[in-house]
Design a protein around this ligand. Structure first.
Ligand code: ZN
Length: 335
């Protein structure tokens, strides 16, 4: 059983983009625009079509079984509009993921996004998390550490602002993938510097604050192989020793996925990070969709790198299956 912990619905039918475009146009014209949730015109056939030639085809071709699936991260766009904008958009996106998982229960398991409009109380996100987990069977959430889209003017992850959300994640026993959305600050490229910088930032905030000691059951997935962290493992360990930060305690709350798109990167990841803290992920169909001319294979076909990495069969089994099940206890595997 090979479980991919990191997939987004990047190939949505046109009705999704049309709904969002109209919403963004309305709130651009009037920043106080509330609007209504309304309906998103997407048929089941369109959903099937959007997946059959993409994620489902690639699952079969690459030999993975199930993808933990969430709304397109770069489209979360928490910085756009006001709290109503993000709330209606988020509810639609999560309901769409539920439909995908109902159509293909053997292939996808649902993870939600949260409304997280900047400057609004975290309680709106807590409520949506509860709705998704308790009423719709979701098994995890994506949490954007920077809803401002690259300006980082909100509260750091250790701030009390976030605590009601951390408490709810622990209570529901679901993990959070710490995942930013598109950058609206032109200093940053969304999937290049913004994503990897945010991954590194999230780990550093956990390490330097030690706030996870207050949440023994809190589990964060750090995507994209952990940004710069595995490569700079020695720097972080050294800083921890210099400052009396508890490095091992921080790492015990963090899982790094394998969305690293070359063999040498994966080799380093599995050598440096304890196997117990690594989850298989590919983020297909995502940031890098082409074929590596050096290998003849897709950059994001990460299963190949794990297969070829210096790992025992038991370690591979942990990364492909067992660790994901531990981190996502609500995941029910198809029998
Ligand atoms: Zn992602």
């Amino acid at each position: 059983m090979i479980i991919d912990c990191h997939g987004h619905y990047t190939t949505t039918p046109p009705g999704v983009g049309r709904w969002r475009d109209a919403q963004v146009a309305a709130v651009t014209a009037d920043p106080a625009h509330v609007g209504v949730k309304g309906a998103m015109a997407v048929t089941d056939d369109e959903i099937r079509q959007s997946l059959e030639g993409a994620q489902l085809k690639l699952q079969r071709a690459r030999g993975s079984d199930l993808t933990i699936f969430s709304p397109r991260a770069s489209w979360m766009g928490h910085h756009i509009g006001n709290e109503h904008t993000s709330r209606f958009w988020t509810e639609h996106q999560n309901e769409l993921i539920r439909r995908v998982c109902d159509l293909y229960p053997a292939n996808f398991a649902p993870v939600c996004q949260l409304p997280q409009s900047p400057g609004t109380p975290i309680q709106g996100s807590v409520a949506e998390l509860e709705r998704c987990v308790n009423e719709m069977g979701f098994i995890g959430a994506n949490v954007n550490p920077d809803p401002t889209g690259g300006f980082w003017t909100g509260a750091p992850l250790w701030d009390r602002y976030w605590w009601p959300l951390w408490e709810k994640l622990c209570e529901l026993d679901v993990p959070a993938m710490i995942h930013v959305s598109a950058a609206c600050n032109e200093q940053f490229h969304t999937t290049g510097s913004h994503y990897l910088g945010a991954d590194t930032t999230a780990v550093t905030q956990v390490l330097t604050s030690g706030f996870t000691r207050d949440f023994p059951n809190l589990r964060f997935i750090i995507p994209h192989g952990g940004g710069a962290v595995p490569y700079h493992w020695g720097r972080f360990r050294g800083m921890a020793l210099d400052n009396s930060w508890d490095f091992d305690e921080a790492v015990s709350h963090l899982w790094f996925d394998t969305c690293v798109y070359h063999q040498a990167g994966i080799d380093l990841l599995v050598r440096v990070v304890p196997t117990s803290q690594i989850l298989f992920g590919s983020e297909m169909v995502g940031a890098v969709r082409g074929i590596d001319p050096e290998t003849g294979h897709h950059f994001d076909d990460t299963k190949r790198y794990i297969d070829a990495a210096p790992l025992t069969d038991a370690q591979r089994q942990a990364i492909f299956t067992d660790n994901v099940q531990r981190v996502f206890p609500r995941l029910q595997l198809p029998s």
